[in-house]
Design a protein around this ligand. Structure first.
Ligand code: DAH
Length: 345
């Protein structure tokens, strides 16, 4: 018994001396084993009473040595690890560049839309937004599209299943109607938004796209006002020096026109996009038909107005030299990242 206790104590001593403590986990394990409430030294301290008196002192010293050594070793290791932690903190390089923070980029359609909105806001137009699910009356009837007009055909319009009168708006023109019904002239609004048509998807056309509608109704609004407003827009948006208005037809304007912008034929792109003419077709417009004013409760004897509608994708295709409209709706990050910063710093 006596010998066993001495051997065990010596073994513990050499274990304490030789154990390597590299990290917190090892230090903690060591503490539990030699210094914890149920440490392994306890039983050999208890052996003291079985040791003969003449050897008690020697045994006691040995046990105390193991314990003190374990305490010192643990404390030293802990101090060392704490210091290392502190050094780690101090060694942070405050001048190192931060992790890039991804903030995404603007969609090219939004970029063009915002540019256009900005141009019209500068001359006093304010933004009107309306529902994308419309009824047949606001989308067609109030705008002078007769019952048998081909645009009402299922080919072009997405009707909601449960009703033959609710549909996805096919243009932003119903915003004209809703605005005139709810506001008194003078009215000066632009309405950007998404529209839908049941068309075969191809590089040139899509079943969803965006338009900006413009409407100005007040006393004595003339075609000259329309022309000057559009000229200002063409100058700001395209840097164009010339516009031309070609007679056209829309059920809700009379007279109606389409506006072309002169881009010239300097580059190969100008050649291609203008089909060799130098002119790019940009929008539809006209004087609001008195019948439409009447539908919306505005007296055509007192007021007149002009309206226009611009397709945004067409302009974005032109502006960014993209040749496939489908790219705008596929959300391919490789495409979208080209239109702005994808991170700051
Ligand atoms: N709504 C027409 C379309 O989608 C565009 C348009 C033409 C709007 C003439 C107008 C306008 O306000 O006056 O094709």
């Amino acid at each position: 018994m006596e010998l066993e206790a001495f051997v065990l104590a010596s073994q513990y001593l050499s274990e304490v001396e030789t154990t390597e403590l590299i990290n917190e986990a090892q230090a903690e394990q060591f503490r539990i084993k030699f210094l914890g409430t149920k440490n392994i030294l306890k039983p050999i301290f208890d052996e003291m009473r079985n040791i003969p008196n003449e050897r008690k002192k020697e045994f006691g010293q040995l046990c105390n040595k193991v314990k003190t050594l374990a305490e010192n070793k643990f404390q030293e290791t802990k101090n060392k690890l704490d210091r290392a932690k502190l050094n780690q903190f101090e060694s942070i390089d405050l001048s190192a560049p931060a992790e890039p923070y991804n903030i995404g980029s603007r969609h090219p359609v939004s970029l063009v839309m915002e540019e256009m909105v900005g141009i019209f806001e500068r001359i006093g137009f304010s933004v009107a937004e309306e529902r994308e699910i419309e009824d047949d009356w606001h989308n067609f009837t109030a705008l002078g599209t007769p019952e048998d007009h081909p645009a009402r055909d299922m080919q072009d319009t997405f009707y909601l299943k449960e009703s033959a009168t609710m549909l996805l708006r096919t243009h932003t023109s119903p915003v004209q109607v809703r605005t005139m019904l709810s506001q008194k002239p003078p009215i000066r609004i632009i309405a950007p938004g998404r529209v839908y048509r049941n068309e075969t998807i191809s590089a040139r056309s899509h079943c969803q796209f965006h338009q900006i509608e413009g409407l100005y109704v007040a006393e004595n609004v003339s075609f000259a006002d329309l022309r000057q407003t559009l000229y200002y827009f063409a100058k700001e948006m395209f840097g164009a020096t010339k516009i031309r208005l070609r007679p056209s037809y829309f059920p809700f304007t009379e007279p109606s026109a389409e506006m072309d912008v002169y881009l010239g034929l300097e580059t190969e792109r100008d050649q291609r996009l203008t089909k060799g003419t130098g002119w790019l077709e940009v929008l539809g417009c006209g004087m609001v038909d008195p019948v439409v004013l009447k539908h919306c409760g505005i007296d055509p004897e007192q007021y007149s107005g002009f309206a226009f509608g611009i397709g945004i994708e067409r302009i974005a295709l032109f502006k960014y030299q993209i040749d496939d409209i489908r790219l705008f709706f596929e959300n391919d990050l490789r495409f979208l990242r080209q239109f702005g910063p994808s991170n700051i710093f």
